[in-house]
Ligand binder design. Structure first.
Ligand code: AN7
Length: 363
């Protein structure tokens, strides 16, 4: 038996996205870099999932759940907090459906800054709430939704006393575009299609910017078609008007009036892509399927683009042999309550002896 050939890749000290992509970012040698070594997340090829949905293409998941706080938000937050520190700010603030607040709280604590997060009361996944509290953010739960929280944050930002680190801060988009760079660096090309969830629409804006910039400097050979998905009960961009009371099990994207609405439409139009919506049932199905087919555990919002891809396969929209990437924006452990519901099964409780265990496993 011969030994498995080792690859030439060795573990390296990844410096975080600011140092890795400094020439593409608004930083100088004077910028204090606040990093938790975010980025460099795996691109996982998921052939079992593709087979299960009867596709005939290559699908790679950009597994952003492996960032330091468990979501893609860390890419934009390292830059937003570094720039806030450079300007001498002492406090950052954000509205959030949970992941932005977790990330802001972590990077602010690392920077020695105060952090205030405003959340929709009762609509934050348990893991995310735990993070804001653990990292020491002043955590405010309003009796309203994300859109109400963002309105309050905008107004507080206008006082000039706090630094807003939502994606209305353009620096956040700059940091988040590094995920598109990494995809091209790893694949050695740009994908034919890129799928991702859409909530406040910052990320689709960031990816499209990243893909275009990489193509412009000759580091990517083509531009992908951008396919973004909202949840059916929270689909303002698809429906064409703000949603006053957005509803979805995917609380991360429970947003009725996205800040980057126009740039999301532009990304879809310019790339000959599409922004669609999928039901909570489709989300839960895809959420379970990706975990069971390929061992990738994501939070429910990430299942929206997978459900969208299933629809595209059904509608024969994906040419054979396409290279497709999809962003899995957050880790499955963020929302254990929905995961247990989504799994649809409970542990088998038995008496503590071998015979009882053998009986339930059918041996
Ligand atoms: C897992 O944390 O808006 O379209 O406040 O957490 O860029 O908003 C989170 C959004 C997708 C949508 N997937 O991204 C917040 C917040 C996950 C998310 C989105 C979010 P955008």
């Amino acid at each position: 038996m011969s030994a498995l050939e080792t690859t030439t890749c060795k573990a390296t000290r990844w410096p975080g996205v600011i140092r890795a992509y400094a020439t593409h970012l608004p930083v100088t040698a004077e910028t204090p870099v606040v990093t938790l070594h975010e980025g460099n997340t795996p691109l996982i090829r998921v052939d079992n999932f593709v087979r299960a949905i009867e596709g005939d293409f290559e699908l790679y998941l950009k597994y952003e759940g492996l960032n330091p706080t468990g979501s893609f938000k860390d890419r934009g937050m390292t830059l937003a907090v570094s720039k806030a520190k450079e300007r001498g700010a002492s406090a950052v603030i954000c509205a959030s459906t949970g992941n932005t607040s977790a990330s802001a709280a972590a990077y602010a604590s690392r920077a020695g800054m105060k952090c205030v997060v405003i959340l929709p009361n009762g609509k934050i996944a348990m893991g995310k709430l735990a993070q804001a509290l653990m990292y020491g953010a002043t955590t405010i739960a309003i009796e309203g939704n994300f859109d109400d929280a963002l309105r309050i944050v905008r107004e507080l930002g206008e006082t000039g006393k706090v630094e807003v680190v939502n994606s209305i801060n353009p620096v956040r988009i700059e940091g988040q575009k590094t995920a598109a760079f990494e995809i091209c660096d790893v694949l050695g090309r740009a994908p034919d299609f890129h799928f991702l969830p859409v909530g406040n629409a910052g990320n689709i804006t960031a990816y499209w910017k990243g893909f275009r910039e990489y193509q412009a400097v000759g580091k990517a050979d083509r531009l992908p078609r951008m396919f973004g998905y909202q949840a059916a009960g929270a689909a303002p961009i698809v429906d064409g008007h703000p949603i006053a009371d957005p509803q979805t099990i995917a609380t991360a994207i429970r947003i009725g009036n996205p800040a980057s609405w126009q740039s999301a439409l532009a990304a879809a139009a310019e790339s000959q892509g599409h922004i669609g919506k999928v039901t909570d049932e489709e989300i839960l199905h895809a959420h379970r399927l990706i975990a069971r087919s390929d061992g990738v555990f994501v939070e429910p919002a990430c299942a929206a683009p997978l459900a969208g891809l299933i629809r595209c396969v059904r509608d024969r929209l994906i040419p054979k042999g396409s290279v497709i990437t999809a962003t899995m924006t957050g880790h499955g452990l963020k929302d254990p309550d929905t995961a247990i519901q989504s799994a649809g099964v409970q542990p088998l409780v038995v008496r503590p002896n071998t015979a009882a265990v053998m009986e339930v496993i059918g041996l």
